[in-house]
Design a protein around this ligand. Structure first.
Ligand code: F6P
Length: 328
């Protein structure tokens, strides 16, 4: 990148995540403090195609740090996946005089960012998804808030499950990744946690843990299921059939994506937003701002998209150790 960046476009794309607003605010405030202008692109990549924008000054991002969702709206754009769609997006960038884009979202967002950067528009990505499933970054904005929301809900469920001596099957989000399920499962002392990374063996993963918990003295059981590892309703039915108990099934669903971001998500969003604009101001771009071993690093988008992150199975081992049969 050679030319100085004077006007930045910022957008949020894909599933929303608590802390996206905090990241937008950090981008805008950092840009303004460096004498740049900021244009908010609404509804993700489709906003760039359709020239759907709003000029962003300091007053536009006032009081959004603590708000969930995204003031810029978000969407998943099929049109942006086509060369024609991307051509329109580049035309919008020219029309609005955008020198660079900051794209806040997940893997899908970064795939779009890579395509746009190949057409000559510099892009910096900020990872934000409650799934925490972005290979290049240890952490993604929104994960902590979603974990806390799920934990709060499951703690409430436990009260009634314990009173009625019931089995609860709770489905949490995570179509392809079990980060949320595993963190939440550990945090609520789940009887069993089912994640997409481990192929389901019903006897080993559900029946045996329930039996073990019963022998340990439990009269209620909490099974946490990541949506990508099976349908909670089917698992509940199978438990009924196999063990003769009558589980209650709860699907937490989109409630996990809402709410005021936790301190961790706000802090991360502030730092990542600042880092994204700083990179552009210093003439760098076409990268994703990632956390690696506690530090923020810039990784080229192409490389970032190839990186894989595996679930820390040691947490699974902790879960098993804490569920083991033990004397009082
Ligand atoms: O990617 C985040 C996520 O919340 C996944 O966990 C979930 O499977 C998906 O989005 C749900 O998407 P939608 O909002 O389109 O139903």
């Amino acid at each position: 990148m050679t030319n100085a960046v004077k006007r930045i476009g910022v957008l949020t794309s894909g599933g929303d995540a608590p802390g996206m607003n905090a990241a937008v605010r950090a981008v805008v405030r950092t840009a303004l403090s460096r004498g740049m202008e900021c244009v908010g692109i609404r509804r993700g990549w489709s906003g760039l195609i359709n020239s759907d924008f709003v000029m962003l000054g300091a007053s536009n991002v006032r009081h959004i740090l603590s708000r969930g969702g995204t003031m810029l709206y978000t969407a998943r754009s099929e049109e942006f996946k086509t060369p024609e769609g991307r051509k329109k997006a580049v035309a919008t960038c020219r029309l609005l005089g955008l020198d660079a884009i900051v794209a806040i979202g997940g893997d899908g967002t970064f795939k779009g960012a890579l395509e746009l950067s190949r057409l000559g528009v510099p892009v910096v990505g900020i990872p934000a998804t409650i799934d925490n499933d972005i290979g290049c970054s240890n952490y993604t904005i929104g994960f902590d808030t979603a974990c806390n929301t799920a934990v709060e809900c499951i703690d409430k469920l436990r009260d009634t499950m314990q009173s009625h001596e019931r089995c609860s099957v709770v489905e949490v989000m995570g179509r392809h990744a079990g980060f949320l399920a595993l963190y939440v499962g550990l945090s609520v002392g789940a009887t069993a946690v089912l994640i997409p990374e481990v192929e389901l063996d019903f006897q080993r993963d559900v029946v045996a843990p329930i039996q073990k918990a019963r022998l340990n003295g439990s009269t209620h059981f909490m099974i946490v299921v990541a949506e990508g590892s099976g349908k909670a309703t089917e698992i509940g039915a199978q438990i009924h059939e196999t063990l003769g108990i009558d589980p209650r099934v709860t699907i937490l669903g989109h409630i996990q994506r809402g709410g005021s971001p936790t301190a961790r998500d706000r802090e991360m969003a502030c730092r990542m937003g600042y880092a994204a604009v700083t990179a552009l101001a210093e003439g760098r771009g076409n990268s994703v701002i990632c956390t690696q071993e506690g530090r923020l690093v810039e990784i080229p988008i192409e490389e970032a998209l190839k990186m894989e992150k595996h679930l820390q199975m040691d947490r699974y081992e902790v879960l098993e150790a804490l569920q083991a049969r033990m004397p009082d």
